[in-house]
Design a protein around this ligand. Structure first.
Ligand code: PMP
Length: 528
């Protein structure tokens, strides 16, 4: 029921209709802690336990009083929110505090420079753009080193200090009898033609199957889900997707796609040709826990394989912590637990405390290109309002020796126990419980082969998890959603305020769903 609009509905009416089919097009009118209040039929407020948690943006709860007070103070004080191209001490403080925590978790002193943005996808885009700027500068350096080397070889040959040996002539099909000056000219022309084909190659990105990195022009190319990605294939650079269960695929992709430059080198009295790896691979994107891909924790062994592979081919690793980061797993960076070290990190969601829209991309000093600051910006990024709120978020996470991180772990463990109890009692319906801290998923087995026609119909429509979510909302006052690319997996990302009572209510709701599926009462699940 659309309770507010009388006029035409123009803000994504189709989406509302789809949500409506699963009973999910309700209106929330107030929010506090782990509770969302929805408007009931008689205009009354109905309290709903929020396990969707803004898909990860409200780890500290909706409208945290300290964050609301911070926002109110900023506005009451007439803080200039938009003052681009000026000093911005609040952004520097935020970058410093992020560095302090990241340094502690990674055990490193190397600073990370911070580029602020407005949304998760935008931080990913900034990281990819920075990596491409860096790749371009590295290619320019390779090009100029090759040119210097060619000139040095020409001088050496012209002065009779070096010659082009038979071995090199045979390898590149150069006239065996020609004088070295002519042979070098032919060789230089050959190498220039071969190298040209590589020097203009566009970047290739690497990402994991099941990965999700946003829906903007570039970031969507690295989001594996085909329905999001393929309509926009032509818009941006291309990616190759690596299956997380096959680390050997890394070497196969490298062998297929790599580029090699041939560069002249004078060694002793001979001109030689050496190979230099051409940087085709611009960046490797990885989520420490795939969120939209079904709450899948990156295997530590595979993380190590990625790290070694990228170090070998000098490809930067972008660790996308947009959903997993900001304390949800008991750390600021979920990846720090698996020992994964990123050249870049992206953070968003809870960074804005559920009030501000903000994100950040961090780049380690060894990779940083200050030129980026001149060519990348947004009207809204790095504003005082969101930076100050983000600083307050970090203060809340770090308070009392990191009590919030510990709380995320403890509440996560309690929630996990409840989900596992459901799985243990309904192993025929629940395939798996996965995740870390307050980022958990429960996967239902495919019901396509159910004996019940109504359950088979639910499974066939592509909205399976949405119907379950609709039932949980209406019958149990619990809000959860399936993950975007794996609709049989329900996600649970509540705030640290989630109570035992709410966890109990979720557990009872899931048991009810399982019983209905077992009884073949698909129509009752669909009839929310
Ligand atoms: N990366 C990851 C890992 C995400 O989970 C998301 C959002 N679900 C994004 C990027 C995109 O963030 P946003 O929706 O803020 O653009």
């Amino acid at each position: 029921k659309n309770s507010v609009t009388d006029g035409p509905e123009l803000a994504e009416p189709y989406l509302r209709q789809v949500l409506g089919m699963a009973g999910l097009a309700v209106e929330y009118v107030r929010a506090e802690g782990n509770t969302l209040y929805r408007r009931g039929e008689g205009d009354e407020e109905i309290a709903v336990a929020d396990f969707a948690g803004g898909y990860g943006s409200v780890l500290l709860g909706h409208n945290h009083p300290d964050l609301v007070a911070c926002a109110q103070e900023l506005l009451a004080a007439g803080t200039p929110v938009h003052a681009q191209f000026s000093r911005h001490p609040y952004a520097n403080r935020l970058a410093a505090e992020l560095n302090r925590i990241v340094g502690r978790e990674l055990g490193t002193d190397e600073p990370y420079f911070a580029i602020f943005a407005n949304s998760g996808a935008e931080a990913v885009e900034a990281a990819l753009k920075h990596a491409e700027l860096d790749r371009g500068l590295r290619i320019a350096a390779l090009r100029s080193a090759a040119k210097d080397a060619a000139e040095a070889a020409r001088d050496a040959v012209a002065q009779g200090r070096a010659q082009v040996p038979g071995r090199v002539r045979r390898r590149f099909g150069i006239d065996a009898g020609a004088p070295s000056t002519d042979a070098l000219e032919q060789l230089t022309a050959r190498l220039a033609a071969e190298n040209a084909a590589h020097l203009d190659r566009p970047p290739l990105f690497l990402a994991l199957e099941g990965g999700f990195h946003g829906k903007l022009g570039l970031s969507v190319q690295l989001t594996h889900n085909e329905s999001y990605r393929t309509p926009f294939r032509a818009l941006g650079a291309q990616a190759r997707f690596v299956p997380p269960d096959r680390p050997e695929a890394l070497k196969e992709i490298h062998a297929r796609e790599r580029g090699v430059l041939h560069v002249l080198e004078v060694s002793g009295d001979q001109v030689d040709v050496v190979e230099r790896e051409f940087p085709v691979f611009c960046a490797f994107l990885v989520e420490p826990i795939q969120g939209e891909g079904g709450i899948r924790v990156l295997d530590a062994e595979f993380a190590g394989a990625i790290q070694r592979f990228c170090a070998e081919i000098d490809c930067p690793v972008v660790v996308d912590e947009i959903q997993s980061g900001m304390g949800r797993t008991g750390r600021l960076l979920a990846s720090s637990r698996a020992g994964l070290r990123g050249d870049y990190y992206t953070l968003a969601k809870t960074l804005g405390g559920g009030l501000a829209k903000t994100s950040v991309m961090l780049v380690r000093r060894a990779r940083y290109r200050q030129e980026f600051e001149i060519v990348h910006s947004s009207t809204f990024a790095k504003d005082s309002f969101s930076c100050t709120i983000a600083l307050k978020v970090l203060e809340l996470l770090e308070a009392d020796g990191g009590a919030a991180y510990r709380r995320a772990e403890e509440r996560g463990a309690a929630l996990r126990t409840a989900l596992e109890a459901v799985r243990d009692d309904f192993p025929d319906l629940v395939g798996d419980v996965r995740g870390q801290g307050l980022m958990l998923g429960l996967e239902f087995r495919d019901q396509g082969g159910s004996a019940s026609e109504s359950v088979r119909a639910l499974a066939a429509g592509g909205l399976f998890g949405y119907f379950l979510a609709g039932h949980l909302l209406h019958a149990h006052r619990v809000r959860t959603f399936p993950t975007a690319s794996a609709v049989n997996t329900l996600r649970f990302e509540p705030s640290v305020h989630v109570s035992d009572e709410e966890i109990g209510r979720l557990e009872a709701g899931l048991r009810d769903v399982c019983r209905l599926l077992r009884e073949g009462a698909g129509d009752r699940l669909a009839g929310a």
